[in-house]
Design a binder for this molecule. Structure first.
Ligand code: WTA
Length: 653
């Protein structure tokens, strides 16, 4: 059976950067890109050796890449460095200590600003507290924090002493935290009493107390005071950070780390099974984060950069903390939700801090669209010059809205495809060069040798969909799954006998060679023998004015093998008929837009969709609901579990 995925979506619009943008861009023409990309593939030693030498090493590396232990790569062997030194000390030593590193806003409106010199001092003090508590090189430390400056400081403090951090998203339950603490063998936890979320307190310390109950190896819970409500206290184990910092030195020599020493673990749930602790190491990771931040965001002096992710996700690691700081950027960090205290909060902050580069997720963009243009139009967004998205395929309608309403039709959009596992951006436009197409992640980044394959490992032709694969190691690639080497091989390298990394996403290239991500391979629909991508059918649905967001899944069907079931969030309240009339319209609309084959057999209208806390739609749950099955799967990463009953009882058209 052919495993290629058919494409039914045609999107011909393309948007080159303005002459003004191109004129000042770091990389402005295709031939320079092609030359650099070619060299990064043909001569990775030369290319990445040079990039790596732009960073301060404590001891120089002796080799650039060793792939003899495939599929585990070694980059920059022999070299020693410290990521906190790369992110902080180098800028202070170069005389840029007074430049602003971090402008932070709390949800209630409080504000704190740190220069590079101040951030370095804070990180050193934090690191000294960890040391005094007996945390040392190689120990695992769980970080379970709100989006406050101390979250970034905690990560950098761990990096400074060589402890391995494992950040767990603050919205996860106590049970999820326990699972991750146990799997990683964490001996210390850094948390806060609470964090602000839509005006209420997220009780983080309470969750930690519950999570570590049976984790006897946890000797320290270091707690930042943020929300100031009463919390339970375990003498001996629990320590207030502000008390521990009293009288502590603001100097702490960075621990010289081998390039291949582990920098952090980050758990990713994948679609089934227990979460995987993705392992990232020091040298290759920081080179990847540094280089991609510089080129993809076209970072220049004078920019104010804001990535709206949470530090609990890889985006928060690579594009809030490590990449921007390694480049000496000035950035904004925000604690709260985009609609607290009002739906214009993000734009208010963009205006206030004169943000020039803004990076967010498609799920957020669709929410902004739903809330209405008025919230955006109220603010002066003329400081923006570049926009970015990450996390899921962005449908063209949302892309165009983002471009026009937020970017004033003037800012390029970088739609960046990558994964927790890849560590840094893999497919992306380069904003000074690319004539971007709505919904396309465009071109491979330096060092990325991407291909689209069929099941047997043959490359499919342009225009055909298949499995996205990467042919050779790149510096920031994962080095494994914590404690489970076999699963690392099985999940990523077994499909084509170790020759390619399998991303698990479907993709196609258009006639110009640009990449289009088609969604997770596990989600592909198979209607009458035609394999269709969820993303394309969803795009067609949301191109109808009555729909804000859509998710499609397949359910078994006697006639067609699988039939498409679409779950949609309507623009207006669900009508009295339960959405019946809208459903009929939408079926005809999809048939007209992309063909009868893709017409949903059933449409269910609902005010919400089940999402993970990072905003990804959980299609596996929708599949069970569509098939009328009992839900026996893990729902702990679901943002709001009550939604399942709502969806089960929805009206069908
Ligand atoms: C999806 C987030 C389409 C994809 C950095 C990938 C995307 C998964 C895009 C990784 C994009 C991420 N276009 N799909 N620009 N970016 N994805 O590990 O399915 O949270 O495999 O990393 O998100 O999610 P993760």
């Amino acid at each position: 059976m052919s495993q290629s995925i058919e494409t039914v979506l045609t999107e011909d619009r393309s948007f080159p950067p303005s002459d003004e943008f191109r004129g000042a861009a770091r990389l402005a023409d295709r031939s320079t890109y092609e030359q650099m990309w070619r060299r990064s593939i043909d001569d990775p030693e030369g290319f990445f050796g040079e990039v790596a030498r732009e960073l301060p090493w404590l001891e120089p590396f002796t080799s650039v890449l060793d792939w003899s232990g495939a599929p585990v790569a070694r980059w920059f062997d022999g070299g020693k460095l410290n990521v906190s030194h790369v992110c902080l000390d180098q800028h202070v030593e170069a005389g840029r200590g007074d430049e602003v590193a971090l402008i932070w806003e709390g949800e209630p409106g409080d504000e704190r600003t740190f220069t590079y010199a101040e951030l370095l001092a804070e990180v050193c003090r934090f690191a000294n507290v960890l040391k005094a508590r007996g945390v040392s090189k190689g120990d695992r430390v769980a970080i379970y924090m709100p989006m406050i400056p101390e979250a970034a400081m905690a990560m950098l403090a761990c990096a400074r002493i060589g402890a391995i951090h494992s950040v767990v998203f603050g919205g996860f339950s106590a049970q999820s935290l326990t699972d991750r603490i146990e799997d990683g063998g964490c001996t210390a936890v850094i948390t806060a009493d609470g964090g602000w979320r839509r005006g209420s307190i997220l009780a983080l310390k309470d969750a930690v107390d519950e999570a570590v109950q049976d984790q006897a190896q946890v000797h320290t819970v270091l707690c930042v005071r943020r929300t100031e409500q009463a919390v339970a206290w375990s003498e001996g184990r629990d320590v207030w950070l502000h008390e521990a910092l009293d009288g502590v030195s603001d100097e702490c020599a960075p621990e010289p780390m081998d390039a291949e020493d582990v920098l952090f673990l980050l758990y990713t749930s994948g679609s089934t099974g227990k979460p995987k602790g993705i392992v990232h190491t020091t040298g290759g990771y920081i080179v990847g984060a540094y280089l991609s931040t510089r080129y993809v965001f076209d970072l220049r002096p004078g920019d104010t950069y804001w990535c709206t992710a949470d530090v609990g996700w890889i985006t928060g690691h690579s594009y809030i903390v490590y990449g921007p700081l390694a480049n000496g950027a000035r950035m904004v960090m925000y604690e709260g939700a985009p609609n607290a205290p009002h739906e214009g909060r993000f734009w208010e902050l963009c205006e206030k801090h004169r943000v020039s580069i803004f990076y967010t997720a498609p799920t957020a963009i669709r929410a902004f669209m739903k809330w209405g243009d008025a919230h955006v139009e109220k603010y002066d967004l003329s400081s923006l010059r570049l926009l970015g998205t990450v996390g899921e395929p962005i449908n063209p309608a949302a892309w165009i809205w983002y471009r026009e309403k937020v970017g004033g039709s003037r800012c390029p959009i970088v739609d960046t495809w990558w994964q927790t596992e890849t560590g840094s951006i893999m497919l992306t436009p380069l904003p000074g060069m690319s004539a971007t197409k709505p919904g396309s992640a465009m071109t491979p980044f330096f060092g990325v040798d991407a291909a689209i394959l069929d099941e047997e490992g043959n490359e499919v032709g342009h225009g055909e969909g298949g499995l996205l694969a990467i042919r050779r190691p790149w510096p920031s690639m994962l080095r494994g799954i914590w404690g489970d080497e076999e699963r690392y091989h099985d999940t990523y390298w077994s499909r084509w006998d170790g020759r390619y990394y399998m991303a698990g996403d479907g993709a196609r290239r258009d006639a110009d060679g640009n990449f289009w991500i088609m969604g997770r391979v596990d989600d592909v629909l198979n209607v009458s023998g035609h394999r269709l991508s969820t993303m394309e059918v969803e795009s067609a649905l949301v191109s109808h004015e009555g729909v804000v967001e859509a998710a499609v899944v397949a359910r078994p069907d006697d006639l067609t093998g699988e039939a498409i079931v679409a779950f949609v969030i309507p623009t207006d309240e669900v009508a009295d008929d339960g959405g019946l009339a809208l459903g009929v319209l939408l079926k005809a609309h999809v048939a007209a837009e992309i063909g009868k084959l893709a017409r949903p057999a059933e449409i269910r209208v609902s005010p919400r969709l089940p999402k993970t806390r990072s905003g990804k739609i959980m299609r596996r749950l929708l599949r069970a609901i569509a098939a009328g099955e009992e839900i026996r799967q893990d729902t702990t990463t679901l943002e709001d579990p009550t939604i399942l009953d709502e969806l089960r009882t929805g009206v069908k058209a």
